[in-house]
Structures are given as C-alpha cells and as structure tokens.
Design a protein around this ligand. Structure first.
Ligand code: DX5
Ligand code: ZN
Length: 225
C-alpha cells in the first residue's frame, strides 16, 4: 500500500485559537504543519510570518514546513530556519538563484524543497532535484486557499516520480491546493506521497473524521495502484 502523508495548512486555521487548532490537528494525526508565507509581491496577498512559525514551534513537536511564497526567499531563509522550520519550500519562479538558495538552506541543517506553480513545466526542476528533499507541485495558483484543484498537476507528478525512480533519487512529491477527499485519490495514484490540506481539515467540526476520510480515500487507491 502506498502511503500519503498529510500536511495541515495553517492558513485555514482559526489563528485566534492557535493552540487549540494545533492540538486539534495533532489529535487528528496529521504528519506535519504547513505554514504559508506571502509577501504581497510574489502573490497578491500577505500572510503568516516568522512569529507564527515561532509560536507553532513552541506548541508542537510535529514537523513544520514553511512555504515561502515570497519574491526573495534567499533573503529570508535564515529567519525562518531560526524560527523553527524543519523544511523550507522555495519557488522556482521567485527572484533568486534556486540552486544557491537550496544549498544555503541545507547548509543551515534544514530540509529544502522546491515548489512550482501550476503553469511551470516540471522539466525545469530536473537539474535541481538532486538538491531537494521535496518537490512541491502547486495544484492551485499560489496566494489563496479554497481554490479548485487544477488537474493538469497530475501529469507533472507522474513525470517527477518517473524521473526520481530513473535517477535513483529520493525526494518526496507533495501536492498543494484544492486537495479534498475527491482529489486525494488521483494525487496518490499519480505518485504523490504527501498532500497539503487546508480547509478540508481545519474548517471541519471534527478534524479526526476529516483526516480519517482523507486517509481512507488515499488508501483505497494506493491499495489498488
Ligand atoms: C495556497 C496555499 C495552500 C492553501 C491550501 O496558496 O499554498 O497551502 O492553504 O488550502 P486548501 O487546501 O484549502 O486549498
Ligand atoms: Zn502552501
């Protein structure tokens, strides 16, 4: 059976009740917490900063992944590593030298991930994939939660998995945006071993029921494929 890890996207949480929200998803046995950072340049809106990462770090031992949807990730990498990130995700499309940024992150003892927007070809990441712990394929345009899943991401995930296996690499493949109990199955079949989920976990009354349903749907497919 293939396994699919669940990363709970904090953007969908009630931040006024941060401690309870973190406890709620811990109890629901998510595998990590995903924190979206937005700078109003790379994406039109602003969101969570290093203070939120620090606060979550104090509240949980779950791995924290920080998704930097910012124009200059190289400039802020250290801030987020020091705030407590276990994995730092930077975009190929940002203004930086991706290879240098990924190496800097790893040199600081943090895991490094590369993200691509829905319109970016996965082939553009190939020369960097031996430098990453995770490839994150966006299945919505970055910037907002609650958008519909862009199905074309699945072909990129298939290609990323084939490339990894052919080249004996070991990066995880994650899908971010619009993942629900309907879309998680196709994600796993395509080769994702992690999905990022915001609203379908945090806005549900019972987060345990929500993750149970997501895992059941992921496993149904994983068992067959
Ligand atoms: C989108 C963010 C996602 C978002 C996912 O820009 O990167 O992490 O929070 O939210 P859902 O799962 O609700 O689409
Ligand atoms: Zn994200």
């Amino acid at each position: 059976m293939r396994t699919c890890r669940l990363a709970a996207s904090l953007l969908a949480a009630d931040l006024g009740r941060l401690e309870q929200e973190v406890q709620r998803v811990e109890k629901a046995l998510v595998d990590s917490i995903h924190i979206d950072v937005m700078d109003g340049h790379f994406v039109p809106y602003f969101a969570l900063g290093a203070e939120v990462v620090q606060a979550v770090r104090r509240l949980t031992r779950l791995p924290i992944e920080v998704h930097l949807m910012i124009q200059q990730p190289d400039r802020y990498a250290r801030t987020f590593v020091e705030a407590g990130a276990d994995l730092l995700i930077v975009h190929l499309e940002a203004y930086h030298h991706p290879q240098r940024t990924l190496r800097t992150i790893r040199d600081m003892g943090c895991q490094a991930a590369l993200a691509i927007n829905p319109m970016t070809l996965v082939e553009k990441t190939y020369s960097l994939l031996d430098e990453v712990d995770q490839l994150l394929c966006m299945s919505v345009n970055p910037g907002f939660m609650g958008q519909p899943f862009i199905i074309e991401v699945l072909e990129k995930v298939r290609l990323a998995q084939a490339y990894r296996d052919k080249n004996h690499l070991s990066y995880n493949i994650s899908i971010d945006g619009g993942v629900t109990d309907e879309t998680i199955g196709p994600c796993v079949t395509a080769g994702a071993n992690q999905v990022v989920v915001g609203r379908p976990i945090f806005t549900q009354k019972d987060a345990c029921d929500a993750t149970r349903l997501l895992r059941a749907r992921a496993n149904e497919v994983g068992a067959g494929g």
